[in-house]
Design a protein around this ligand. Sequence first.
Ligand SMILES: CC(C)(COP(=O)(O)OP(=O)(O)OC[C@H]1O[C@@H](n2cnc3c(N)ncnc32)[C@H](O)[C@@H]1OP(=O)(O)O)[C@@H](O)C(=O)NCCC(=O)NCCS
Length: 149
Amino acid sequence: MELMDANAHGNVHGGVIMRMVDESAAIVAIKHSQNPKVVTARVERFDFLAPVYIGNVVSIHCAMNYVGRTSMEVGVEVLAEDSITGEARHVASSYVIYVALDENGKPTPVPPLVPADDKEKAIIERARIRRMRMKKLDEELSRAEEIKD
Ligand SMILES: CC(C)(COP(=O)(O)OP(=O)(O)OC[C@H]1O[C@@H](n2cnc3c(N)ncnc32)[C@H](O)[C@@H]1OP(=O)(O)O)[C@@H](O)C(=O)NCCC(=O)NCCS
């Protein structure tokens, strides 16, 4: 990371990391859906675990966690490596949800996610549960908003 990526404290600006995450995870969604027209629908969570320093080498590790009908959740881990010592730290994690669009800009189906083994099955199942909880929470919050109005 370079000086132009710095925040007022002299570390790497969180927004720079968020952009790298979105760009990298979008590539995974594009490859899975075989569709260049995917949009970011939601950043489900974004945890900054440790600062990234100027001079660190940042790598973004993405995996497709879950595929719905037209949406895809990509799990992301960000590592920052000290370029002198080679020490790598896990500095951020995120889940980003993308939706594939057709030529009219409407959500369009994507291929299913086929697990290769039990470990991948468990990852998909955890993401499915997260998704259900997220939907339930969204519904509860919009009901609460309606009552307030
Ligand atoms: C994302 C978007 C296409 C969804 O459109 P929509 O008409 O609400 O779509 P639908 O209700 O048919 O939902 C389509 C899928 O997206 C999912 N989805 C939509 N909004 C979502 C959200 N905020 N969070 C999580 N999932 C979402 C739905 O659950 C559904 O999933 P499924 O097909 O796998 O079951 C639309 O809101 C949009 O264009 N947003 C702007 C995207 C953008 O500009 N991003 C930034 C730049 S890339």
